[in-house]
Design a binder for this molecule. Structure first.
Ligand code: UDP
Ligand code: MG
Length: 316
């Protein structure tokens, strides 16, 4: 089979019929052999019924239904494991990405030799302040931190050589950084393709303000895991020494001040009288602890056995 089209969806019932018939039309026009894998990520609307209906009409459609909402990363991961095609395409279910783009992506992987091709919503139809500007900032940061020259890391539409998706593990909210995971798995040939973007036709966005917190944290986790998971001391050692140095210099400064005051017979206040002494001290200790705890638990979660085990309710 040539193509697996993996589509995670949460409460997108209105979009499903239109989406699958559009994809089907594009597939027929281009003579692709294909499967569409729809992953119902715990929808509470009639999405699953729509999937069953679509599947009855078109045997190329497969459906996987989670018992509850596990998140887009979990849905993608499950779709990746299920995919049988040589090339795997992901896209959102909300009709913001157009199925007409698929042949272009396929060509870049097949003939351009790319391992991964990511879409770029150059002209984007989403709210400016809540989506477009923050996303520019994210992408800039991600580019700087990872050295991957993409403009739109989190674009829903992407194409992969099958072995890429079989070699990476997407969990948490890491669907935002799949190119980073791919690069660290050794697939360096990452391309970009400008895509048309539409306004959301039905329903509304599933990602609220929590993404402002999760996004940067997951980027840090991705960077940490890819760079330091085999040598945590290189990070913790440097940070620890730095913290210690700051603390030591502060203490030294307070101590010397005190000594000078004592020897020149001036009235000297106790260094511990200054509230900033305690505030600074506590913050530094807490900060270090939190940081370490965060990354340590990340390491633990990487080796946890129940990671990426999602309960599947039904499969067709
Ligand atoms: N989605 C999902 N699980 C979730 C959240 C979103 O499967 O927990 C799907 C959603 O149905 C859509 C895609 O992920 O197909 C992208 O979501 P959305 O369009 O809401 O994101 P936006 O385009 O606003 O960034
Ligand atoms: Mg969308």
């Amino acid at each position: 089979m040539e193509l697996s089209i993996v589509i995670p969806l949460l409460n997108e019932a209105e979009s499903i019929p239109e989406l699958v018939s559009w994809i089907n039309a594009v597939m027929l026009k281009n003579n692709f052999t294909y499967e569409i894998i729809l992953i119902d990520d715990g929808s509470s609307d009639s999405s699953w019924d729509e999937i069953i209906k679509a599947q009855k009409a078109n045997p190329n459609i497969r459906g996987i239904k989670f018992t509850r909402n596990y998140g887009k990363s979990a849905a993608l991961h499950t779709g990746f494991r299920a995919a049988k095609g040589n090339i795997v395409i992901t896209m959102d279910a909300d009709l913001q990405d157009s199925p007409e783009e698929i042949p272009g992506f396929v060509q870049m992987v097949q003939e351009g030799g790319f391992d991964l091709v990511s879409g770029w919503k150059k002209k984007r139809y989403d709210p400016i302040f809540s989506k477009n500007l923050p996303s520019k900032f994210y992408n800039w940061t991600a580019r700087r931190m990872t050295g991957i020259k993409l403009h739109d890391f989190n674009c829903g539409i992407k194409a992969y050589r099958s072995k890429v998706v079989k070699s990476i593990e997407v969990y948490g909210d890491m669907h935002r950084y799949i190119p980073v995971l791919a690069k660290w798995a050794g697939f360096r040939n990452i391309g970009e393709k400008v895509v048309q973007h539409q306004e959301r036709k039905y329903g509304r966005t599933k990602f609220g303000i929590e993404r402002f917190i999760r996004g940067p944290l997951d980027l840090m986790s991705v960077m940490f895991i890819s760079k330091f998971s085999k040598r945590p001391m290189h990070l913790f050692g440097v940070l620890g020494s730095l913290m210690f140095l700051i603390g030591f210099v502060t203490a030294l400064y307070l101590g010397i001040n005190k000594l000078i005051a004592v020897y020149s017979n001036k009235p000297a206040a106790l260094v511990t009288d200054s509230p900033y002494f305690y505030i600074g001290l506590t913050c530094m200790i807490l900060g270090t602890q939190l940081f370490l705890a965060g990354f340590m638990s990340e390491l633990v979660s990487r080796s946890a056995t129940d990671r990426n085990k999602y309960l599947i309710d039904e499969e067709i």
